[in-house]
Design a protein around this ligand. Sequence first.
Ligand SMILES: [Zn+2]
Length: 162
Amino acid sequence: MIPVSHALFLSLSRNDCHRIRTAVATAYPAEGCGLLAGVTEGTACWRVTRVVPTRNLLTQRDRFEVDPAARFALMRDVRGGSERLIGHYHSHPDGPACPSATDRAMAFEPELIWVIVAVANGRAETIKAYRLGGPTIHPVTIITPPERSRRFQGSHDEGATR
Ligand SMILES: [Zn+2]
């Protein structure tokens, strides 16, 4: 099992992607946020197994804070299994899908994957993933698993040289 802090790929099903997009579009014009649980797949990929929309405790623009109660509940839920809390998502209403200065300043957990969704006029658009370690931004490539296959078996593992 690779640490989440080394993930190069995030496997996100169409359904889960749709779930995130719907949640952040609904939260607009506020930032929407939620948690992601997942399992390792291959040597450089984590696959999302659960999308858990949560309250955003903060109401200012460009700010989000996942409800800690939801985080504890999810961590309790996955304890003892192969799933882990692997990250969270939040939206940038009328902003780009890249980490803001605030995001970078708040990135205290390098072991989490950050999924950021640009929402324009209430419509979810670009969705991207990152690992944030202090000032350093590492892009994580989002891949869509084949609909009929239960396992990710792309060529990305071999192609990942870093
Ligand atoms: Zn942000």
